[in-house]
Design a protein around this ligand. Structure first.
Ligand code: NAD
Length: 366
């Protein structure tokens, strides 16, 4: 099969849909991969790296879209890309259709086959193509939080690990899911004292089993949250209720109870945030301060570390790409239930109910 890998053109997106390692896996099986020139540059991969792995480099996105029977990318297509997507072409990427009606209409009109990373779901209900980005964001939450605890950027002036003779900093993690566990692990690695809260006892049992003894688990409720925010230096929000807005676990009045210079990193910002005073920020302007409390609420945290994020993402997308190119999308989706759940739009028809529901178009898929 002929596969196209365009350069991402969405603002501030430096990831790429395939690494040279992925190209090699495809070309050695006889497939052809067309990569747009400089597509991998932002993630640290040169055109020469792709060529050595067997890719053909094309000078423009128009040529890549024209050459590929399947397009593999990272972000949803933006309006400049809509007219390049054609009938029967398979597009494998993050789409997030339910939040973008214009994109949904454009992909319906294109009559392409849209397989969305974010809805690929395995038998245990996990979303394997979202997990790596949560892992990146969870680990980054501590890296960023530690930085904003420094005095020159309005933090408390605390070194998370402490030093001999000085107690370490305290980190409170809300949610013991993928983000929360990675955050707790990083904080514990720095030597901080960590408290992690969840409402799911199985998650807390798991954390209790695998983490060192300076990571303490407690049940998540308002009483415990109010108690801990007074003494913790860095608070990480990593809660998720699937398909719903994040619950506001920290309300505006609670900020007054925190010490000046406390840092909040609300990773759940993309679901509305679990802190009432959260509003989305960017890597260019990542923080703001309310009641002397530093808020870091970047909605696309993995975008700051595109090399790590690209490799983490393509590690999990490549096995599906290989199935799609080897078998064709119909057979691959028939055989692989997880991949089948990624099918969102097939040749002009929405096949994933939540998208239709988001726009009140249920009758369109019946
Ligand atoms: N900002 C970013 O760049 C970025 C990147 C990746 C993920 N995220 C977001 O981070 C959030 C967490 O993602 P995840 O993959 O860790 O989800 P997850 O499903 O693995 O974990 C969420 C956890 O929250 C827990 N939870 C639910 N209600 C709770 C409550 N009241 N108190 C405490 N815990 C509660 C759940 O039991 C679960 O363990 C999501 O909103 C996700 O979209 C943001």
């Amino acid at each position: 099969m002929k596969v196209g890998v365009p350069k991402e053109i969405k603002n501030n997106e430096s990831r790429v849909g395939m690494t040279p390692a992925g190209v090699l896996e495809l070309t050695k099986k006889g497939h052809t991969v067309f990569v747009q020139t400089t597509a991998g540059e932002g993630s640290g991969f040169k055109d020469e790296d792709y060529e050595m792995a067997g890719a053909a480099i094309l000078p423009s996105m128009e040529e890549v879209y024209a050459a590929g029977e399947m397009i593999v990318k990272v972000k949803e297509p933006i309006p400049e890309e809509y007219p390049l997507i054609r009938e029967d072409q398979v597009v494998f990427t993050y789409f997030h259709f339910a939040s973008d009606q214009k994109l949904t209409k454009a992909m319906i009109e294109s009559k392409s086959v849209c397989i969305a990373y974010e809805t690929v779901q395995n038998a245990s209900g996990m979303l394997p193509l979202l997990t790596p980005m949560s892992e990146v964001a969870g680990r980054m939450a501590i890296q960023q939080g530690a930085r904003y605890l420094e005095k020159p950027v309005k933090g408390k002036g605390i070194l998370l690990g402490g030093v001999p003779g000085v107690a370490p900093g305290k980190v409170l993690v809300l949610g013991a899911g993928t983000v929360g566990i990675q955050a707790a692990k990083m904080a514990a690695g720095l030597g901080a004292h960590v408290t992690i809260l969840d409402v799911n006892m199985d998650r807390l049992r798991y954390v209790n089993d695998i983490m060192p003894s300076h990571v303490v688990t407690e049940f998540s409720n308002e009483y415990n949250i109010r108690r801990h925010i007074k003494t913790h230096d860095l608070i990480v929000g990593g809660v998720l209720i699937a398909g719903a807005k994040a619950p506001k676990l920290i309300t505006r009045d609670m900020l007054k109870e925190m010490q000046a210079g406390t840092v909040l990193v609300d990773v759940a910002v993309d679901q509305g945030g679990c802190i009432e005073t959260t509003r989305p920020t960017t890597h260019q302007d990542p923080i703001y301060i309310i009641e002397d409390v530093v808020h870091y609420c970047v909605a696309n945290m993995p975008g700051a570390v595109p090399h790590t994020s690209t490799v983490a993402l393509t590690n999990v997308t490549l096995p599906y790409v290989l199935k799609l190119v080897d078998m064709g999308w119909e057979k691959a989706c028939e055989k692989d239930v997880a991949l089948r759940k990624g099918l969102n739009i097939i040749k002009g028809k929405i096949v994933y109910l939540p998208i239709a529901e988001a726009f009140g178009w249920e009758e369109a898929i019946s």
